[in-house]
Design a protein around this ligand. Structure first.
Ligand SMILES: [Mg+2]
Length: 152
């Protein structure tokens, strides 16, 4: 897991790591809506209207999701290191990234629905578990996997 601007700021407060973004760099945020539940409902209606539910078994959705991850990866392929905010990318390139990320999210939300996984709650719980697995005092500024420091 790599640090974002917000993580850097928090890490600085917690352990003194000085990888802080410039002060005039406002943190990026998402819109409040649509929520994942709203996206689930919208996609569910979209599928029902087309009678596509019969194709949306979990395995099919997982394979479609992996395919979309590949399409997203292709946009970053051969570009070397890419900085936060995609500086230098054209608007059509950024729009393409947004569409492929959306394909990934839409399939993930649909897969979670079909598996009866409450994805927003599960994701929040997973972040909490990661917090316990990666205590700030042990991992701040380090990219080591938890197995590399739990033996200490
Ligand atoms: Mg796609």
């Amino acid at each position: 897991m790599s640090a974002t601007n917000g993580d850097d700021i928090n890490c600085t407060r917690m352990c003194g790591d000085n990888t802080v973004p410039p002060k005039d760099d406002l943190p990026f945020t998402f819109s409040q809506e649509p929520t994942l539940e709203q996206l689930r409902q919208t996609q569910n209606t979209f599928s029902k209207e087309r009678n596509w539910g019969k194709f949306h078994q979990p395995r099919n959705l997982l394979l479609a999701l992996v395919g979309e991850v590949g399409e997203l990866a292709e946009l970053f392929q051969w570009r070397g290191e890419v900085k936060d905010g995609l500086p230098g990318w054209t608007e059509p390139e950024r729009e393409h990234v947004a569409q492929e990320m959306s394909d990934v999210l839409i399939y993930l939300v649909r897969l979670a629905e079909k598996c009866h996984i409450d994805l927003p709650t599960a994701a929040a719980r997973k972040i909490e578990l990661n917090r316990l697995k990666y205590p700030v005092d042990k991992v701040c500024g380090s990219s080591k996997k938890y197995t590399e420091y739990t033996a200490d």
